[in-house]
Design a protein around this ligand. Structure first.
Ligand SMILES: N[C@@H](CCC(=O)N[C@@H](CS)C(=O)NCC(=O)O)C(=O)O
Length: 201
């Protein structure tokens, strides 16, 4: 299978982390959707990354569907709980929270690169506030736990790590470590994993 993406997209990083943590053989192809000749616009009607092309040509999108599919391919580790519906719900909700941070950070980024006089302060305020609230929520939910959900790594951790890496990239001035020491400690540990390191190079 072939994963189309870019190194900066947080949704792509989430999916890459799933594939790497589960040791699923794949080819990672950098394919920015807006570049002439991009493959993704031909295989994904939405023209968005990540897109996973299976060996028979079937194209899987979006990142939530790819992560869900990839997790079914082996049990080592199981990243989305299968037998406990409530644990499953909690992991999927973590993913939604992290994806929401990514969504807002991308809107804020797109707004902030417009000429000053064209920037919409309301949009910027709305999305930056949503990010702050979501971080506060994540910090309370994580509390002093080692992992977002349960006793081991899950998709929740991979999604949150991807969102925070994107914030560091686009909002370096946001001191989320200073405001949420527990998130900072958790992030330092997850960042040291070979999977995360592999996506940062
Ligand atoms: N909800 C989608 C979001 C994917 C998305 O918006 N990807 C962005 C890159 S971060 C994209 O491909 N945008 C189209 C473009 O850049 O032209 C997912 O989870 O996969």
């Amino acid at each position: 299978m072939k994963l189309l993406g870019t190194n900066t997209s947080p949704y792509v990083r989430k999916v890459r982390l799933v594939l790497l943590e589960k040791n699923i053989p794949h080819e990672y192809v950098v394919d920015p959707p807006r570049e002439p000749g991009s493959l993704v616009v031909r295989v994904n009607p939405l023209g968005r990354i990540p897109a996973l092309i299976l060996d028979d040509g079937f194209c899987v999108f979006d990142s939530t569907v790819i992560a869900d599919y990839a997790d079914t391919l082996n049990d080592d580790p199981i990243l989305i709980p299968r037998t406990d519906p409530e644990a499953r719900l909690r992991v999927k909700r973590w993913e939604a929270l992290a994806d929401g941070i990514m969504d807002s950070a991308i809107v804020a980024r797109n707004e902030s690169i417009r000429p000053n006089e064209k920037q919409d302060a309301t949009i910027l305020g709305l999305h930056n506030r949503a990010i702050s609230n979501a971080l506060e929520y994540a910090s309370e939910l994580l509390s002093t736990n080692a992992w977002c959900e349960g006793d081991d790594i899950t998709l929740a951790d991979l999604a949150l790590a991807s969102a925070l890496i994107y914030l560091d990239l686009r909002q370096a001035e946001r001191d989320w470590r200073g405001t949420h020491a527990n998130l900072a400690g958790w992030f330092a540990r997850i960042s040291a994993r070979p999977s995360v390191q592999a996506t940062l190079t």
